[in-house]
Design a protein around this ligand. Structure first.
Ligand SMILES: Nc1ncnc2c1ncn2[C@@H]1O[C@H](COP(=O)(O)OP(=O)(O)OP(=O)(O)O)[C@@H](O)[C@H]1O
Ligand SMILES: [Mg+2]
Length: 303
């Protein structure tokens, strides 16, 4: 075989039976989060900026949905509006069909920056929200220890955040959010500050947690591999104005393994995402200048 041959990829829309069954099952579930004609306009010295226009998305129960798009396309604005930390200029957000009017315990948030209270132990950080909700200390402590066990940090319950690595801090932040039993976990580039190896292990941790807890996840990332590896569906946003370009059903079987990143379906999805994000709008076109360089030839793929 000619070593310069490019990899023949399947159509990213072609689903195996297993993937199709999972996507059909998801589509039949109740909607946890939906936005209707959501828009956000900011005033700036140069005039109004449409950070988001006409955003209509749906996320279903226990679904894992990622949002990707170039810097400035409105990802953080979207998640802040869903969290109730910012208000839309038009349209609305609903959780379980009820319009959002501000922050609430039904939505947990995990950001890129470490948001733990540095003066509280790991366990007390996880107990914080439960105590705010009026849970007695003993019950909050027992619950915090269960959540710490789930994220693999039981041994660090009495440590201070400063004694933990970045990945461990994010695991505490995840435990703290989940301890409030949110309907949906909103994550804005939570692994963005971690080195590649820690990031990969956090992705696996998150999938394990998501599989064992009844929670829906909306996950923002810049990283195409991360979006494909984690998600059932990927919402691709374009910039200026921030809008939905496409929603992609991820054609990769679960449970996921890192080796799947070399499979045809994974690479085809990545190629589609790249073509959308690089803005040619045609998608999947191997004549696209980025497409030729983005994929290894068969001879470069191990095994
Ligand atoms: N408070 C604000 N006032 C004015 N403009 C804002 C404000 N917040 C965001 N914007 C503008 O809205 C647009 C979207 O910003 P946002 O932070 O949501 O993008 P993003 O997709 O999260 O980017 P990144 O990938 O860099 O995090 C940008 O043009 C930004 O300058
Ligand atoms: Mg952002």
């Amino acid at each position: 075989m000619n070593p310069n041959d490019q990899l023949e990829l399947p159509d990213y829309k072609h689903h195996t039976e297993e993937v199709r069954a999972r996507l059909n099952e998801l589509a039949a579930r109740e909607v946890v989060l939906d936005t209707q004609a959501l828009g956000r306009r900011f005033d700036s010295a140069q005039g109004p900026v449409d950070a988001l226009v006409g955003i209509d998305i749906e996320v279903r129960k226990r679904e894992f949905v990622s949002v990707i798009g170039p810097s400035g396309c409105g990802k953080s604005t979207l998640i802040r509006i869903i969290a109730g930390l910012d208000a839309p200029s038009s349209g609305r957000v609903c959780i379980d069909g009820t319009p959002v009017e501000g922050p609430g315990a039904d939505r947990g948030m995990v950001f890129q920056g470490y948001t733990l209270f540095p003066w509280l132990s790991v366990k007390k950080n996880v107990m914080f929200g439960m105590k705010m909700k009026g849970l007695k200390s003993k019950a909050a402590e027992a619950s915090a220890l269960r959540w710490l066990e789930l994220v693999g940090l039981s041994k660090f319950a009495d440590h201070l955040p400063s004694q933990l690595s970045g990945g461990m801090k994010q695991r505490v932040a995840i435990a703290r959010s989940l301890a409030n039993e949110p309907r949906i976990l909103l994550m804005d580039e939570p692994f963005g500050a971690l080195d590649a190896q820690t990031r990969a292990s956090m992705q696996n941790h998150l999938l394990q947690i998501w599989q064992s807890v009844d929670v829906t996840i909306l996950f923002i990332t810049h990283d195409l591999d991360e979006a494909i590896y984690l998600s059932d569906r990927i919402i691709v946003l374009g910039a200026h104005p921030g809008r939905v370009l496409e929603v992609i059903d991820v054609p990769v079987a679960r449970p996921r393994r890192q080796e799947q990143s070399l499979t045809g379906h994974f690479l085809a999805t990545k190629r589609r995402l790249e073509s959308l994000i690089h803005g040619n709008g045609h998608g999947g076109d191997s004549a696209h200048p980025h497409a030729a360089r983005a994929y290894p030839s068969l001879s470069e793929i191990p095994g």
